[in-house]
Design a binder for this molecule. Structure first.
Ligand SMILES: Nc1ncnc2c1ncn2[C@@H]1O[C@H](COP(=O)(O)OP(=O)(O)OP(=O)(O)O)[C@@H](O)[C@H]1O
Length: 236
């Protein structure tokens, strides 16, 4: 088997006196999808932040394409092909679609080169290229946030709560775009409350309960209804 694109081993992380993640390990290869499930506050976003270098783990290692980046700042991980699409979308609401794309691409040339790929997946963004991002619909804003991943051809994308507040029909487009990204060979870690959609896309899944790994294995082995009932607190 090929080497993993991203590997986290024994990662413990948190905020001041709060331990949000305890000895969590993750391995994702090119073209593979890991779904991270768990109730509110289970540590899902913390896992992505530790992977991306937004916070530094207290213990454990983060390895990207064979290089230990545990102590590397976020921008160095971006340069190595890591792309975090945070909850709340992480776009510049006062800038236009074009300006957002240019900033995300790093240069006008790269934005231009990547725009065809973005427009192919999300034609609406090309139609609204001069519109201020904050005036786009929720689904269009999510598409713009995801466009970064298509502009830069990252090795690994970490995406947090992609479905938050979006209509099912918009989600179909968004998940189709994620499938394209993965088919191109990108490794994907997806944090998602919408369990069935996440498991549908994922090869492997992990369930976090109070920062600990309660399950890690094939997505198909998870009983969706039991997870929803026992861990997420609702009936699916
Ligand atoms: N910036 C922060 N400062 C202090 N505590 C934080 C911070 N961010 C998260 N926490 C705490 O860390 C724990 C894990 O939070 P995290 O956001 O990783 O959970 P989550 O599984 O992503 O939940 P949600 O679905 O609500 O986003 C929670 O107890 C949360 O209150």
């Amino acid at each position: 088997m090929t080497a993993p694109v991203i590997e986290m081993s024994g990662v413990t992380a948190g905020y001041e006196s709060l331990t949000a993640l305890r000895e969590v390990s993750v391995t994702v290869h090119a073209g593979e999808v890991l779904a991270v499930l768990g109730a509110n506050g289970a540590g899902k976003s913390t896992l992505l932040r530790a992977a991306a270098g937004v916070i530094r783990p207290w213990a454990g290692r983060v390895v990207l394409d064979g290089t230990d980046v545990t102590r590397a700042p976020a921008h160095q991980r971006v340069a190595r092909g890591l792309c975090l699409i945070p909850e709340g979308r992480g776009i510049f609401r006062n800038l236009t679609v074009a300006q957002n794309l240019r900033l995300q691409a790093g240069s006008a040339e790269r934005a231009e080169a990547g725009l065809d790929r973005v427009a192919h997946l999300f034609p609406v963004l090309r139609d609204r290229i001069r519109q201020t991002a904050g005036t786009l619909s929720g689904g269009q804003q999510q598409m713009l946030a995801m466009a970064r991943a298509y502009l830069t051809r990252p090795r690994v994308v970490l995406i947090d709560e992609v479905s938050m507040g979006l209509a099912p029909v918009v989600l179909d487009d968004i998940f189709a775009a994620l499938r394209t990204l993965v088919a191109d060979g990108t490794a994907l870690i997806i944090v998602e409350q919408y369990v069935s959609r996440a498991l549908d896309l994922a090869d492997t899944a992990m369930l976090l309960v109070k920062g600990r790994t309660a399950y890690r294995g094939p997505a198909t082995d998870l009983d969706e209804a039991a997870i929803a009932r026992d861990y997420l607190g609702y009936a699916s």
